[in-house]
Ligand binder design. Structure first.
Ligand code: GLY
Ligand code: MN
Ligand code: MN
Length: 445
């Protein structure tokens, strides 16, 4: 797993061409880099490039703006970026500079970011439609309005200001939803790294271990493979597993506890998102196993719906049916199946949806519904399937043996014409597989 992977320049160029074709020749598209964010005083949060800019260029630096001007004779793909500055580079590391951006990123032209103010009004002039993410970055919104006003002020001299303002995501999210071959290579790598990380955590688990020690093991595997967490790793022992976005990760796992780990690697910008729930001592109790089996069954039922032409929502519906049936069978719900399904009584124990699109963002872009209907699955879509059950520690309405159990099982699925491919399939999932992995002699004593 050592060979680094990347997206070839021609793939970025193809994406930009597709987007420009969708936008049309009278449009202009403006995409700023992610802003740098201060953590405290003079320390910054780690910089993460804006996903759209990554998707269209791979350009990694802050203080940059991509401008796409379809059909423009003197170049359609323009990048504004920081100039080389040897003094600053001595502190922060190398920069590409405009020349480097043209060479390394296949831009038609590139300019210093400091020239944006002078150049952008001229690019807006004569274009009727502006595609941009309005409202994402207020500072940049104001700049864009300022440039538009500069064009408007020239109307009597014959300038033609844009008159339609459109949400860029309307076009771009739809492109990003369908993963191309190059992206899938990176997503498979992110999945593979994440699988290894979860295995590593299961192998070192033992009663008394702290949640942060498991987190450290997971993230150590990520970094060893040139990846990083795609989101804050969730490591919840015992009833902490019932906190859906648990992040304290500081408690000790007691003998007899289940541990829920929801953690995924980001590799070259692409996320994996995996959850496993395992007994810290390597053995499920009967009650834990019964609920774990049920969540596995719900996941399998959802996976069976991950087929071309099936509504996206069918997976959630199938998971909910399976969970409700099982909860009735185990006595956690009472009454008839039909009534329970109609009432949504499962929501007491299952509060979230069964998945989300996955890609450059862990909760990736793309519509789930079109014209009020769940959209139909198509090849190239990638999403998670992550049913769970969470029984509060103080839920006295259920038998004591169920209380404080939280379980989620989450895998990443690619839709293909030949059926679903589970990108994270290599990781032990069913209770027996998990126990076998944890009983492996390679497991630390
Ligand atoms: N880790 C966030 C999620 O599962 O959606
Ligand atoms: Mn998820
Ligand atoms: Mn997750």
């Amino acid at each position: 797993m050592t060979k680094p992977l990347s997206i070839p320049a021609k793939a970025y160029a193809r994406r930009r061409r597709q987007l420009m074709r969708m936008a049309g020749d009278d449009a202009i598209l403006v995409l700023p880099a992610a802003p740098e964010r201060i953590r405290s005083r003079d320390t910054h949060y780690p910089f993460r490039q804006d996903s759209d800019l990554l998707y269209l260029t791979g350009f990694p630096e802050p203080e940059a703006v991509l401008v796409l001007v379809p059909g423009r004779k003197h170049g359609e793909t323009l990048l504004f970026c920081r100039e080389r500055d040897l003094e600053r580079e001595g502190w922060d590391g190398p920069r590409f500079g405009p020349e480097g951006a043209v060479e390394a990123f296949g831009m038609d032209d590139a300019y210093p970011i400091t020239d944006l103010d002078d150049i952008l009004p001229g690019l807006l002039e004569g274009r009727s439609r502006v595609y941009y993410h309005f409202g994402r970055d207020q500072e940049f919104d104001l700049k864009l309005i300022g440039w538009l006003n500069r064009v408007r002020a020239m109307v009597r001299q014959g300038a033609q200001p844009p008159h339609e303002f459109l949400e860029l995501g309307h076009l771009l999210d739809e492109l990003r939803l369908f993963k191309d071959r190059d992206e899938l290579k990176l997503m498979r790598r992110a999945a593979e790294i994440s699988v290894r990380a979860h295995e590593a955590a299961m192998r070192i688990a033992r009663p008394g271990i702290r949640e942060y020690e498991l987190q450290a093991e997971i993230e150590r595997e990520f970094r060893r493979h040139d990846a990083q967490p795609a989101y804050g790793s969730i490591v919840g022992a015992g009833a902490n597993a019932c906190v859906l976005h648990y992040h304290a990760n500081a408690a000790a796992a007691k003998d007899g506890d289940l541990v829920l780990i929801d953690a995924g690697a980001e590799y070259r910008g692409y996320a994996a998102d995996i959850t496993r729930t395992f007994p810290v001592n390597g053995r499920f109790t009967a009650a834990q196993r019964a609920l774990h089996d049920l969540v596995c069954d719900a996941q399998a039922a959802a996976l069976a719906q991950a087929r071309v032409g099936v509504p996206y929502e069918a997976g959630h519906v199938a998971a909910v049916e399976t969970l409700t049936e099982g909860l009735l069978r185990l006595g956690l719900l009472k009454g008839k199946l039909g009534k329970n399904l109609a009432d949504g009584s499962y929501k007491r124990f299952y509060r979230h949806k069964t998945g989300h699109w996955l890609g450059l963002d862990v909760h990736d872009v793309g519509e789930y519904r079109i014209d009020g209907q769940s959209r139909l699955l198509e090849p190239g879509m990638v999403f998670t399937i992550e049913p769970g059950l969470y029984i509060g520690a103080d839920d006295t309405s259920v038998e004591a043996k169920w209380r404080g159990i939280g379980i989620r099982i989450e895998d990443d699925v690619l839709v293909t014409a030949d059926g679903p491919t589970v990108l994270t399939d290599a990781l032990a999932r069913r209770a027996d597989q998990v126990e076998a992995l944890m009983a492996d002699p390679a497991r630390a004593a």
